[in-house]
Design a protein around this ligand. Structure first.
Ligand code: PXP
Length: 251
């Protein structure tokens, strides 16, 4: 069964649109609360909760991640940039996993993922610190052979393949080529002993093909599910995505 990591950043985006100046993250008039959303999503079958604590704090706030750490019953996956400050925070917070992501243009590869080749030293430091603390590291990378190879060499147990280019090409002639890149990347990563996750731009339409990628362990999905939840509620949005992710196993 493919697992669902629900990215709840956009719930916080909505809250910050109105309550950017508030000094609390929930309570009183401050809504919507991402922690409440996470708990409801877990009840509906989400296998983990993902948040990106950005350095600019544009959506998720530090207080949110501590509240999540105390409240959720599944797994906390902290997306973060590869900096000493975020590494220190992760070691205090102790999420089940961290996913290292780029936050500025210079860190991004052609496929949009973290350029682990260009930032090898920083990535290595962070992966080593997480491995020593028993926190699984995932590297959010494009499906490029050299990036995958180095991810394995650096000792990160997981990769998250960036599906954004595929999602972007879904309705044009580049889709098959982008899918083939992901398929080859997933096979390569699996062959090197990496756990294969994927994420970015996954929705209720492209999941039909994306779920056929080989060796998929977990998909991290945010915008599609949070958007659907506006109409159906988060429980239904999670249940429907999980059903579409695992059509064969539920038949
Ligand atoms: N995976 C990673 C590493 C991300 O940074 C994000 C958010 O951009 C997602 C998955 C979820 O992407 P989306 O919101 O497009 O589903």
């Amino acid at each position: 069964m493919i697992l669902l990591g629900l990215n709840i950043d956009h719930c916080a985006t909505l809250r910050q649109a109105r309550y950017r100046q508030a000094n609390a993250t929930a309570g009183g008039a401050i809504e919507p609360d991402p922690v409440t959303l996470a708990l409801l999503a877990e009840q509906a079958g989400a296998d983990g909760i993902t948040v990106h604590l950005r350095e600019d704090r544009r959506h998720i706030q530090e207080r949110d991640v501590w509240r999540l750490r105390e409240s959720i019953a599944t797994r906390l996956n902290l997306e973060m940039s590869c900096t000493p400050a975020m590494t220190r925070l992760a070691l205090q917070l102790r999420p089940e996993s961290v996913c290292l992501v780029p936050e500025n243009r210079a860190e991004v590869t052609t496929e949009g993922g973290l350029d682990v080749i260009a930032h090898r030293r920083r990535v290595t430091k962070c992966v080593d610190a997480m491995n020593a603390a028993g926190i699984a590291t995932s590297l959010f990378i494009g499906p490029e052979p050299a990036q995958i190879q180095l991810a394995a060499e650096l000792g990160a147990p997981w990769v998250e393949l960036h599906t954004g280019a595929y999602a972007h090409a879904y309705f044009n002639r580049h889709r098959a080529r982008q899918f083939a890149r992901l398929r080859d990347g997933a096979a390569r990563a699996h062959g090197l002993g990496l756990t294969v996750n994927a994420g970015h731009g996954i929705n209720y339409v492209n999941i039909a093909e994306l779920r056929t990628l080989p060796h998929l362990h977990e998909l991290n999905i945010g915008h599609g599910i949070i958007s659907r939840a506006l109409f159906t509620g988060i429980g239904e949005a999670v249940r429907e995505m999980k059903a579409r992710m695992n059509v064969c196993s539920s038949e």
